[in-house]
Structure formats: structure tokens, C-alpha cells
Design a protein around this ligand. Sequence first.
Ligand code: NAD
Length: 498
Amino acid sequence: MTEPVCNFVLPRMPSEPLAIGNLAVPARVAVQSTLPVRSPYTGELLGSVPQSDATEVDAVVRGAASTAEAWGQLPIKERTVPLFRFRELVLARLEELAHSAARECGKTLAEARAGVLKGVEVVEYALSLQNLDVGGALEVSGGVRCQVRREPLGVVAGITPFNFPAMVPMWLFPIAVTLGNAFVLKPSEKVPLTAGLLGELMLEARYPAGVLSVLHGGRATVDSLLDHPSVAAYAFVGSSKVAQHVYARAAGHGKRVLALGGAKNTMILAPDADPALAISGIVASFTGCAGQRCMAGSLLVAVGDCEELIEGIVDAARALRLGSDMGALIDAASVERLEAGISRGVVEGARLLLDGRRPVAPAGCERGHWLAPTILDHVQPDSFCAREELFGPVLSIVRVPTLHAALEIERASPYGNATSVFTQSGAVARLVSDHATSGMIGINVGVPVPREPFSFGGTKGSRFGHGDITGQGAVDFWTKLKKVTSKWGPAIDGSWMS
Ligand code: NAD
């Protein structure tokens, strides 16, 4: 059955959008300005959220700080109890969350559902920590014992992008709060409503007030948060330009920061690739979420004679229906940016195999932001379309004679999120996975997002800071280690450590 286009249930506005769950913040009397939230499908106004200034940021962080100590001292088994309820609530309200994410972000419903469910997978990882995160102890010399404990950092914050309204926030706060931190979430001002719903569900799950707070706003709000002395750590997900800014500003204050950035993911196509696997995998990779994901494969490096495979890719991409198979772009500025990027590609010598500019919009969605799948062939490896993240359903194809030439292009990329190879040869797959520089590698998989407990994270210009954002990397990021050395009587062996 085809899913409806432009027919979403209106998500409820968060009742207290400044600081969900934070009762320490007084009623909003000082709203200076609000930000409109518009549907990428129709351009209609979905609602608005307040833009928090430095005073409100301070009030929210203080509220979180007043909760953090008591919350962090609870045993992890107690802190995990509300997360079981949160998981059930998210699953029970899956459709509402998916509609909300689809409606404000332009995703198809299937994509929006998948995003929420990937968030649930991270919740399940966080639920398991109470049984896994047991620290360690060793008798280091006779009668002397060393123990290591994980402790929370206090108030921590997450700043998230527009393209996964539920999933990216859920990469962050479930693990951080389970490990004993109070979390301040600043979602993208383009998609703040789904984050508000998640905040409401955290309250309904009976988390204490202030364990999760949701703040709204753009650059100025982020900067106030980054400069606040009481926030101990920041996780950021968004474009590389802003990731670099967040990393430098927070690190300049001596804070812990992990900032994931943008990407230009390479897919290497070998002539021996299984046609069905390669065509569906490549098309899904560059058109899924309308190409607005950091794992989208947007650069196809075709090795040798791949003519038939490329014809199959063009045909499959042309057959996609806007609205039901592929969603909308987030805003008019994105359409403009992409149209300009495609024109630049043509000027730089690329051949346009499929031109998705100015497509016929789905009925009722004429005022939405649309670009159909677009494919540029014979793109030069050092040109704009081969190197820059365009962030839309645009595939740039570079032709090379050898696998080594393909790997050279991959290794020269300034980004490092994902690299995929499509081949039936184990030797080719092995060579690519050994020598590619990205953090996540796909073999006949176009979007190689690791499922939990394998963690998510890239390299090079796709990540500023250390470690991955989920899995064990998140456990390390959201905690500090305390080592306790003790003896309760004279040392037995009299070594220097005693
Ligand atoms: P963005 O960088 O514009 O915004 C991300 C967040 O930063 C938002 O909350 C926004 O309010 C804030 N922000 C924007 N400009 C700012 C500034 N100048 N100073 C301080 N804060 C600022 O990103 P976006 O357009 O929302 O999301 C798309 C980008 O995110 C793409 O580049 C995509 O590849 C990337 N992304 C990366 C990952 C990953 O895991 N590496 C995941 C999802 C998205």
C-alpha cells in the first residue's frame, strides 16, 4: 500500500518548550523571539518555538545542575528504571513520532519510522549498561586493592541537526542520562517539534525534573550553551563547518567535546558487482532521505567498464516517485544550493545523465521543496561535485581505470564517514576495507551504519574530537574514571606500591 503524501497527523506542540522536564525554570515570561517551523512538503507553518537567549540558557543549565548531583548518585540500576518505561512509550507512540519527524523534516513515513527505531536500538544499548558497566578491581600488591569506577560528568549537552529529528537526539541522551548525567538538548531549530515530543515522553516515563531539558534556538543559543561554565561536555552532530566551530569554542573553554560533521561518502563500483545488489544499494544510498544524510553515498567511483550497471542505476533512480519513494528537501535554500551545485558540475564538464531540477511536485505539495534524483557522469575527481557535500539526491560519477585509482580518490577525500564497495570478489572487498580511510565501511552495503552495539563514528573532516558517538565510545565520552587504591591493614608483601 502506498503511504500518504502530505497527509500527516499534526504533531502536538510541546506544552513547555523551553525546558521539558525542568521544573526549576519559571514560566516563560521573557520570550524575546520565536522561530517558525515550516513543512518541507507544503511550506505551511507547523508551529513556532521560542528562541532562548543567554539568560534562559543559564536558567536551564542551573536547573539541570540542581538535579545532576542527586541523579548521578543513584545506583545505575535505579537510573535505568525510567528508561524501560521510556522505551515502551516510544514504541507505543511510534506512529506519532514518525509522523512528527516526517512532517517537519520532509522524510517519508518509512524513513521516519526507521529513524525512531534506530533510536530505540540505542535506548536498548543504554538499558544493558546496568549489567555491563561494572568497572574493575585488582589486588595490585599484597593487601592493596585498586578499583576503577565510572562517574558522571554532571550537566552535559547535545546539539543536533535537522536531518534525523528523533534518531540523533536518541543517540545521545539515553546513554548520557543512564550514566548519571543531566542532559540539555538543543535540537535543530528546523525540526524542534519531535524533540519536544521526546522530552514529553521522558517526563511521562517519570524521569526527575531536570534530567532532560530541551532548549530551542539557533547559533546564538548554541554559543551561550558552549560558553556556560557549568556544562562539562558537548556532543554535536551537524555540518563540518559548525562542528569545527563548536569543537574549537568548547575545547577553548577546556571542555570535553565530540563534534560529528558532514561527509562526502565514496562508493566504489567494480565491474564484477552483482547488478541487483549494486543498483538497489547505490540508488537507495544517494536518494534515501532525499540524500540528506551523512551516510549518503554521493560519489560513485566506477572502475573500468561499468556501463550496464550505470544504466541500471539511472533507470532505477528515474523510476522513483517523489513523495512516496523519496521525500522533500528541508527548505528552499537547499533546493537553490543543489540546483547551483548541479549547474556548476555541468559547467565543469560533467555529463547530466538524469536531471532532477524543477520536477513535478506531488499533488497538494506544490509549495514544497523538491529535487528529483540527479546523476552527473564523468565528473572530475578534484571538481566541486566530487569533493563537496551537496546534501541532496545527487550522484556524481567519476570514471577510473583501476581499483588503485579508485582508492586514491577515496583516500584523498577530506571527509571520512563511509566508504562502500560493490563487488563479488573477496580480494577486492578486502583491499578496499583494508585501505579505505573512512570510519564505516560497507561491502555491498550502500549505507553502512553499524547496528548497536557497534558504534557510529567517522574520521577526518567528519569528526572533530575522539571516539564514536554511540556504543562504548559514548560510555567513555559521558563519564570520567575514578581510580580508588585502598588497604585495610599492613601491606603483606612490602612492595613499593604498598
Ligand atoms: P548545521 O551544522 O547547520 O546545524 C546543526 C546544529 O548546529 C543545529 O542545532 C543548529 O542550530 C546549530 N548551528 C547552526 N549553525 C550554527 C553556528 N554558526 N554556530 C553554532 N551553532 C550552529 O547542520 P544541519 O544542516 O542541521 O544538518 C546537516 C549536516 O549535518 C550535514 O552536513 C550532515 O552531513 C551532518 N550530519 C552529520 C552526521 C554525522 O553523524 N556525522 C549525522 C547527521 C547529520
